[in-house]
Design a protein around this ligand. Structure first.
Ligand SMILES: CC(C)(COP(=O)(O)OP(=O)(O)OC[C@H]1O[C@@H](n2cnc3c(N)ncnc32)[C@H](O)[C@@H]1OP(=O)(O)O)[C@@H](O)C(=O)NCCC(=O)NCCS
Length: 191
């Protein structure tokens, strides 16, 4: 669980960092400020949930990158967290809530049955991408996987992120359309 004082900053970065992701545009709409605000409200619940591990990169005291992950057995939110997520989505209205349920349900349907560390969301502030910050987060994440021997798993809706994750040992195990958006499901072998 992330330090309580950082929850708001982490959630805000995840909200604005992913506002132009294809699925976010379908779910929340194409006005990025609205998508960022709506998603940040959900992320505030998710990153504050007890079993979520949150790793961050800061630069000059400012948060610039975040990688959240759930330990084996922890990737499905508890019923309490699910209720809080629904409450956080409610102000966006029933259309957004229904799309969120379809999206998360469809991704959950692909979750491997084997024990795994579930990576995501991962986000680097937009103006700082391509400078190695995501690489730092993934290097730490994969070092920890290698130390424990755990299988890694993630989903992404960004084609350019697939190559990035491949660089860290993830392979695409499946691809399918969710709400009309292509998603890739990636696994990293355990030790
Ligand atoms: C994917 C992401 C975390 C990578 O972080 P980063 O700090 O830009 O990564 P690095 O600088 O270490 O490495 C750059 C790599 O990321 C890829 N990348 C993916 N999206 C990118 C973007 N929008 N801008 C720049 N590089 C991007 C580059 O193609 C490059 O891949 P390569 O190593 O195979 O050439 C970051 O671009 C991001 O936050 N994207 C938006 C949110 C998202 O889609 N997250 C992943 C899906 S859950």
């Amino acid at each position: 669980m992330v330090d309580h004082a950082m929850v708001g900053d982490v959630a805000a970065l995840l909200g604005r960092g992913m506002a132009d992701n294809p699925l976010h545009r379908v779910v929340y709409g194409t006005v990025e400020a609205d998508a960022a605000r709506a998603h940040a409200r959900l992320m505030r619940v998710l990153v504050a949930s007890p079993r979520r591990h949150v790793d961050v990169v800061e630069h000059d005291g400012t948060l610039v990158g975040v990688a959240a992950s759930a330990p084996p057995g922890g990737c499905r939110p508890s019923s309490g967290t699910r209720l809080r997520l629904l409450a956080a989505a409610a102000p966006e209205g029933p259309r957004v809530a229904a799309r969120l349920v379809s999206w998360t349900g469809e991704w959950a349907r692909h979750d491997p049955a084997e024990p795994h560390v579930h990576l995501g969301p991962v986000s680097v502030d937009r103006h700082l991408r391509g400078r190695g910050i995501g690489g730092v987060l993934l290097a730490r994440h994969t070092r920890s996987l290698d130390a424990s021997g755990a299988v890694g798993y993630l989903e992404t809706d960004r084609p350019e992120a697939v190559g990035f994750y491949r660089r860290f040992g993830y392979d695409v195990v499946e691809a399918s359309d969710v709400l009309g958006v292509r998603c890739w499901f990636m696994r990293r072998a355990g030790g």
